[in-house]
Structures are given as C-alpha cells and as structure tokens.
Design a protein around this ligand. Structure first.
Ligand SMILES: C[S@@+](CC[C@H](N)C(=O)[O-])C[C@H]1O[C@@H](n2cnc3c(N)ncnc32)[C@H](O)[C@@H]1O
Length: 290
C-alpha cells in the first residue's frame, strides 16, 4: 500500500477503496477522514475538531464509567471502530479498575466467560484489519506509515496497558471485529450468536447464549452519511438484539428516532450537552432489567 502525496498538508494514505486524511484536532489527538480515491480534500472527519480523544472520553468514557460503577459485566459493543479510540478508552478504564468491584453475577447478567468482551462493527475492511495488525506488530508493513503513526498517537494517550489488554482480548477471542452493522447483522446466527473467546469452552452455557451488551457506543457516521443506521425501526431491532437488560448507550448526537426507540424499550434518556460544536448528545440507560 503506497502512501499518497499530501494534498492539503495533512498526511494521507490510499487504501483499496478510499483515500484517508489524518487531521489534528483541538486537544492534539489525531482523527481521520475518509475520502474518495484520488480526492484532494477530506470527507466527514471521524471526530469533533475540538478533540478526538476528549470527545471519546466525554461521550463514551462516561458510559463506560456508568457501567463500571454499577459492577456490570464488561460487555462493550462499538458501532464504528474507526481508529479504535473507544476500545482503547475501554481497555484503559478497565485496566485502571483493578481495585474496583468485580462484575457481579445476577439474573440479568449471569457470570460467565463473556464477562469481558468487545464486539466492534466496522464497515471499512481496511481499518478493520489494520488495527489488529498494528497491535500485533507496530512495524507491520501492511499498515501504511501515516496510519502507524496515528495509532501510536492514539495509544500513547492510553498507556501501554490498554494496547496490551486489547492484544490479549484479540488473542483470547474476547474482542471480535466484524463487518458493517446492517439489518442482516441483527439476525445472522452465525456471526454474532457464538460465544466469545476460547474461555467459553469451559462454560458450555455461554457457547449457547447470544451475548447482549451492557455498554453500547453508537459511533456511526451521521444520518447524512449513514441514514439506515439512524432509522427508528432499525434502532429498535438493534436494541432488541444487542442491549442487555441492564445497559447504557451513548452517542455523540441527539436524535428523535433514537430517543423514541430507546424509550419504547424501557431506557431513560438523558440529553447531555454535546461535545464541541454539537449542541446535545445522548446517554441512555436501562437499570434493573427491562
Ligand atoms: C465516527 S467514525 C468512528 C470513530 C471511532 N469510534 C474511533 O474511535 O475512531 C464512524 C466509523 O463507522 C464506520 N461505519 C460506517 N458505516 C458503518 C456500518 N454500517 N457499520 C459499522 N461501521 C460503519 C466508518 O467506516 C467509520 O470508521
């Protein structure tokens, strides 16, 4: 994969389907914008220009801490892996919580091999493969130099423990990266109903269960770019499939369709002040079962 010449002063590289631009955000952390092959200007950036890391912590770190404070199992679903900021944040928050309350076993959350797991949806095959490659080998030649530097920058903010945790989750199967979230992903038995990780072999009950998630980080592109993902009926089916009885969902935006889908499933929905230029964002939780 060859690194494209810079067109805008930003580092870029070319993947099979996109040109990628690395942009610096307000807190110094990097973000990436997809663009068409050969484009000279970036498309929609993945994060707020005010701070990619700070936005991740404000929106998704908040939800991760909400679940941790309640002792819920660490079952994180991310829609939109991107650069992996949310997964890195989760690994760092969990790693720092060694003195915290261990996940409790309840009717809502039976203890098992899936007490800690991450499922990341990412439609971009190139990004989906690049982060595991880089975690395995930061000099991997199939990860373009500009992206290697970008990952190094993302993970430098989280400490070595976060990268180590994610590497271990990949090795054990506790972190799975899968293709785009769309209608078929809600029903496909093969991809998402199987147990997470080799550890599940010791816990046959877990191999049968469909994993439901206690933290959902809904970090897809906006409704302009991905309208299907913000449709109320789709969101309802998504929650039915993936939200655990006790669950917190966060996203960087506040949308009526999402609020209605959440409230109809027993979630309390909070309109938080948005990060950066966003007026509002969403934190929604369902505590004590549906
Ligand atoms: C806002 S960015 C996510 C940023 C990311 N969470 C991070 O920490 O860097 C949105 C991501 O969603 C991906 N995406 C777009 N449509 C998708 C879909 N239907 N399912 C899963 N991912 C999708 C894009 O390729 C992009 O990487």
């Amino acid at each position: 994969m060859k690194t494209a010449p810079p067109h805008t002063g930003h580092p870029t590289w070319d993947g099979p389907e996109h040109r990628y631009f690395v942009l610096r955000t307000g807190d110094g952390s990097p973000t990436v914008a997809h663009a068409r092959p050969g484009a000279s200007v970036p498309g929609e950036p993945m994060h707020s220009s005010m701070g990619a890391w700070a936005e991740t912590d404000y929106v998704y770190g908040h939800a991760l801490r909400f679940a941790l404070e309640r002792g819920w199992p660490r079952r994180l679903l991310v829609v939109g892996l991107g650069l992996g900021y949310v997964e890195a944040r989760a690994a760092a928050i969990w790693a720092a919580d060694t003195g915290g309350t261990p996940p409790r076993g309840t009717g809502a959350h039976p203890r098992g091999a899936t007490d800690t797991c991450i499922l990341s949806f990412e439609s971009d095959l190139f990004l989906r493969e690049a982060l595991p490659r880089w975690l395995a080998d930061p000099t991997h030649t199939r990860v373009p130099e500009a992206l290697r530097a970008t990952y190094a920058d993302v993970f430098a903010r989280e400490g070595a423990a976060a990268a180590g945790q994610l590497r271990a989750f990949l090795a054990s199967g506790a972190w799975r990266l899968v293709d785009a979230l769309h209608e078929r992903a809600l029903t496909a038995e093969t991809q998402h109903s199987v147990a997470f990780g080799a550890a599940a072999a010791g816990d046959p009950a877990d191999t049968q269960q469909k994993v439901a998630f206690t933290v959902i980080a809904f970090d897809a592109y906006s409704g302009n770019t991905s309208p299907d993902l913000w449709d109320e009926a789709f969101l309802g089916r998504f929650l039915d499939r993936f939200a655990a009885p006790e669950c917190v969902l966060a996203t960087y935006a506040f949308k009526g369709a999402l609020r209605r889908a959440l409230e109809s499933r027993g979630f309390t929905v909070e309109r938080r002040p948005g990060f950066g230029a966003k007026r509002e964002c969403t934190l929604a939780w369902r505590v004590g079962g549906a």
